[in-house]
Design a protein around this ligand. Structure first.
Ligand code: ZN
Length: 329
């Protein structure tokens, strides 16, 4: 069976299975959809199956093993160096594409976070994406297709990905015997990548720290020392992680405030229930939009200090129901 290890994404899996059956892949694909849902994982498995003599992903043959260890000579993964994929990375991809495949029928190039291609790098790839040698398959992956130039988009066959259900994530985490699987499956917001990330004890511990700051903020206590500590953290993902935890809290507070009990942070239900009534639902919702905006910017903006500080000040401002009411006489 193909793609057995990939949770959800039935439509892309069906489509790619048909491609493997016919043995006639399209020359350039664009895997697009939300960040962390498993686009790269499926791309790697598709590439593995393209290279495998049995057309399977992970059958145990030497080609499958090479792919699994990331050392298959015909499979190339192009990643951002720092903030972008520069011309050098694009040139390497063009060079390897001119060579014949070494041990499989195809040369497969997977460009992760393709939206980080510099304009120069993107331009240099146009020919390869449109008319590659007959043995080349390109897979571009992005969660921000609007950042890619139309000239790139028009040359690729789009394959869209959606969010996973909480049940799908929970099943996978339970199979892996992850502690706190129920809460993690909820706070992962449909992203398996996030679920597996939070499932690591050291990351889950950090979530606890961010929760504390988030709850303080929600109760109207702005502590700018929290932003200072956050920006100094060694962990590269610290800012994004913090914003994700914050967003998940604010979403729960908006839901509870509107009388909806289906929340993500079920381990914080008591705290959230008591906080939710302190502001109107629309105020919590407005906060969600603000956090989402900064979260989106965190993927592209290097210096986040000012954005984080102003977000914390804004979120910490309590506009209580009582205060918005006219003074009692
Ligand atoms: Zn194999």
């Amino acid at each position: 069976m193909l793609f057995e290890r990939i949770v959800g994404h039935n439509a892309p899996k069906r489509m790619l299975s048909r491609v493997l059956e016919t043995g006639r892949p399209f020359h350039s694909y664009l895997f697009w959809g939300p960040e962390g849902v498993g686009k790269k994982f499926l791309a790697l498995h598709f590439a593995q199956a393209l290279a495998c003599p049995n057309k399977l992903d992970g059958c145990g043959c030497s080609s499958c093993k090479q792919a699994e260890f990331g050392v298959h000579p015909d499979l190339h993964l192009i990643l951002p160096e720092g903030e972008s994929i520069k011309i050098g990375g694009a040139r390497t991809m063009i060079e390897v594409s001119t060579l014949n495949p070494i041990s499989s029928p195809w040369v497969v190039n997977i460009v992760d976070e393709a939206d980080r291609l510099t304009p120069e790098a993107a331009n240099s790839l146009l020919k390869l994406l449109e008319e590659p040698p007959s043995t080349v398959v390109n897979i571009l992956i992005t969660s921000r297709p609007h950042f890619l130039p139309p000239t790139i988009l028009s040359r690729c066959l789009p394959v869209s990905f959606g969010f996973l259900s909480q049940k799908e994530i929970l099943r996978e985490l339970s199979e892996k015997k992850v502690e706190d699987a129920e809460v993690i499956s909820r706070v992962a917001s449909g992203r398996m990548g996030d679920a597996l990330y939070w499932a690591r004890p050291e990351n889950w511990k950090r979530r606890g720290k961010y929760l504390g700051t988030g709850l303080q903020l929600a109760s109207g206590n702005v502590s700018l020392s929290a932003s200072d500590a956050l920006l100094k953290e060694k962990e590269k993902r610290a800012v994004t992680d913090f914003l994700k935890v914050l967003l998940s809290l604010w979403r729960d507070l908006a839901l509870l405030s509107a009388g909806v009990k289906e929340i993500a942070n079920i381990d914080q239900e008591k705290n959230l229930l008591s906080l939710s009534g302190e502001r109107a639902a629309e105020d919590w919702v407005k906060g969600c939009f603000q956090i989402e905006e900064v979260l989106e910017l965190s993927y592209t903006t290097v210096n986040m200090s000012m954005l984080i500080v102003s977000l914390l000040i804004s979120l910490g401002q309590r506009k209580t129901r009582e205060r918005s009411e006219p003074f009692a006489t």
